[in-house]
Design a protein around this ligand. Structure first.
Ligand code: PEP
Ligand code: MG
Length: 326
């Protein structure tokens, strides 16, 4: 570990043949940001803001949120990107002070952006806080669980309203934040070419994308064999999303667990993923592994891997690819 730190901390993430990617961290609290930076992350690829709303009795105010987002942004300075995801509540996450109707299938219910578009005051309060934090660094906004272009456009319209509100109050904020969406619903993955014309970036949420593609609850241990991101069906979606975005000059990240799994690295590098966001402790090992890979070889490997029919075969091929690295 000491040697990893000496060799790879504070350095850019590049392959042996000079291809650059970004290795970022997933965080859940502002405190995690400084730790992620110390652990070698080049930025934050996913700040799960829902934790700010949990374990309390009422909604956090705009000022309180602003302070939290600012604290998460500042350790990364003016340049390094910090992607703040808007509230993703519902599904398995509940708020005691925000009673939601009982649902038969919470993961298919009023969750994330669906909830925020239903509670626009709550949503705009958060958007204003994020916009204000944008003054302190390179903040990007990301909307979770987007399934349709209409949802994305409504979210953007709320962002424009939030800007107008701050403008009227004469409060400083950043007007030029990049705005993107998570790709975690298969419908959005399939429509990536049309989304790519409008968004600044995508971040693939494989935890949910796998669950919704394979129709297997990510919390159900009996179905764990179905929640493998290396299923060819999932890889095809990932591949087409990256292609659709790249064709229009947009960057694509990944913030699901897959992004930090060593055996997924050759394929994701080969498919052209630009940013990998993972738990902070996985960053330096990933940078070390990346430094031993050739991007050209990874492209050829991904091509072959996409022809295989099962996650087991793909994993075996990936591990073999890794074992042959110098
Ligand atoms: C995902 O779905 O992959 C993701 C990163 O979001 P979460 O795990 O918070 O649902
Ligand atoms: Mg998700």
């Amino acid at each position: 570990k000491k040697q990893l730190e000496r060799q790879f901390r504070g350095l850019p993430s590049v392959t042996k043949d000079g291809h650059r990617v970004e290795l970022a961290a997933n965080i859940g609290t502002p405190k995690d940001a400084a730790a992620a930076k110390a652990a070698g992350a080049e930025g934050v690829g996913l700040y799960r803001t829902e934790f700010l709303y949990m374990d309390r009795d009422d909604l956090p105010s705009e000022d309180e949120q602003y302070e939290a987002y600012r604290a998460a942004v500042e350790p990364f300075g003016a340049e390094a990107p910090v992607v703040i995801r808007t509230l993703d509540i519902g599904g398995d996450k509940k708020l005691p002070y925000l009673p939601l109707p009982e649902e038969e299938n919470p993961f298919l219910g009023v969750r994330a952006i669906r909830l925020c578009l239903d509670r626009r005051e709550l949503f705009r309060t958060q958007l204003r806080a994020i916009l204000r934090a944008g003054v302190h660094g390179n903040v990007k906004i990301m909307f979770p669980m987007i399934a349709t272009l209409a949802e994305w456009r409504q979210a953007k319209a709320e962002l424009a309203l939030a800007m107008q509100e701050l403008h009227e109050r004469n409060v400083p904020f950043s007007e030029h934040l990049e705005t993107g969406i998570m790709i975690e619903v298969p419908a959005a993955a399939l429509m990536a070419d049309q989304f790519a014309a409008e968004v600044d970036f995508f971040s693939i949420g494989t935890n949910d994308l796998v669950q919704y593609t394979m129709a297997a609850d990510r919390m159900n241990e009996k179905l764990s064999y179905l929640t493998d991101p290396l299923y060819p069906a999932v890889l095809r979606l990932i591949s087409s999303v990256i292609r659709a975005a790249s064709a229009q000059g947009k960057w694509v990240g990944m913030c699901g667990e897959m992004a930090g799994q060593p055996e997924a690295l050759p394929i994701l590098l080969g498919l052209g993923l630009h940013e990998f966001s993972m738990s902070a402790s996985a960053v330096l090992p990933a940078r070390a592994l990346l430094s031993r890979m050739d991007r050209a070889a990874a492209v050829a490997f991904a091509d072959e891997a996409l022809k295989l029919g099962s996650p087991d075969e793909i994993r075996a091929a990936a591990l073999q690819f890794i074992s042959k690295l110098q």
